[in-house]
Design a binder for this molecule. Structure first.
Ligand code: HMG
Ligand code: MG
Length: 297
């Protein structure tokens, strides 16, 4: 295993989609540009879902038009269907992310579709993306628990991850949407999926509702995963997942990885400064302990 972990920064999307404060378009653009200056190589910039469902990101096209794209950085955007793909392409996106869940009850609330129906919607997106040379990432939500169904069988997580991989997603991000997971369960889930999908095509995505996200990600890195999602300042949550709170803070993840001797290519001070800047825009302190400690040091 290489000693490099790629962080997929999801703050501009997963972070801002759940904030009650509406962030100005210019600040969203500044956020993405600040993040790309820290050395991050993957920044999920926004979301082309229905603006009726997620009004916070209704300005997705303006954000894509305003950001300064750096060489070597990819800017994936969330798309739920072909209509989202059309909008994303018109806005110049060259990487997209599709999303479904391991729990039927959650997927219905989040996308008004069964798991099968959501995957049927992705099939034409993936077919067109292949022709267009667009990379597609896939998310599986509720991999360690569902706010509506409760326990989620491992076999369901494995089956859905495998289907997204078979459809052509280059990477599958396994999402603990409501942050109920604990380390041993997280590792068991990851290893079960890795029996069917190569570890090199997997990523982990933890929310920190119960303070377990950093421990979960550490355990999964020890188990072999080399891609982790996180959100600067610990923003985030899913508006259609009751009880979902912030993502693992990117600053906390970078600090921990540095301590493990693992390279991320990211300037921690610049990232923490960006987290504090974003938190100020949101009118509250940063959700990153590392961001607060560095400010006090
Ligand atoms: P629906 O209402 O069933 O859609 O929503 P529809 O196909 O029946 O269309 C209804 C209306 O929406 C129509 O407009 C469409 O044009 C429009 P009208 O005729 O009423 O004026 N519409 C769209 N408009 C713009 N862009 C589009 C689009 N699609 C339809 N792409 C839909 C179905 C999937 C669209 C909706 O449920 C939706 O947008 N859901 C997204 C919810 C969401 O974004 N949740 C958060 C992201 S997932 C997450 O956070 C988890 C993750 O972080 C991982 C983890 O933590 O586990 C990824
Ligand atoms: Mg999420």
């Amino acid at each position: 295993m290489s000693e490099f972990v790629r962080i997929v920064e999801v703050g501009p999307r997963d972070g801002l989609q759940n904030e009650s404060t509406m962030v100005d378009t210019a600040d969203k653009i500044a956020l993405v540009d600040r993040l790309s200056a820290t050395g991050l190589r993957s920044i999920e910039a926004t979301s082309f879902v229905s603006p009726k469902w997620v009004p916070q990101l209704a300005d997705a096209a303006e954000v894509m038009a305003g950001i300064r794209r750096r060489d070597g950085v990819s800017y994936p955007v969330l798309v739920p269907n072909e209509q989202g793909y059309d909008r994303a392409r018109a806005a110049g996106a060259d990487e997209v992310a599709v999303f479904t869940a391991a729990s039927e009850a959650f997927n219905l609330r989040n996308t008004n579709a069964s798991i099968d129906q959501s995957i049927e919607r992705f099939a034409p997106v993936l077919a067109r993306a292949r022709v267009d040379g667009v990379r597609v990432r896939g998310y599986v939500s509720t991999v360690l628990g569902c706010p509506y169904q409760g326990e989620v069988p491992l076999a369901d997580v494995v089956r859905v991850a495998r289907r997204l991989h078979d459809l052509g997603c280059y990477e599958i991000s396994l999402g603990d949407t409501i942050g109920v997971g604990t380390p041993l369960k997280a590792r068991r889930m990851l290893l079960a999926v890795a029996d069917e999908v190569p570890m090199a095509a997997l990523a982990v995505h933890f929310h920190d509702t119960y303070g377990q996200a950093l421990a979960n990600v550490a355990t999964c890195i020890e188990a072999g995963v080399r891609v982790a999602d996180a959100a600067v300042a610990g923003t985030g949550g899913c508006p259609y997942a009751r009880g979902a709170s912030g993502n693992l803070a990117s600053e906390d993840l970078v600090y921990m990885l540095q301590g493990m001797g693992i390279d991320t290519g990211i300037d921690l001070d610049a990232l923490a400064e960006t987290g504090r800047w974003l938190a100020a825009k949101l009118g509250r302190p940063t959700g990153s302990k590392v961001g607060r400690a560095l400010a006090a040091a």
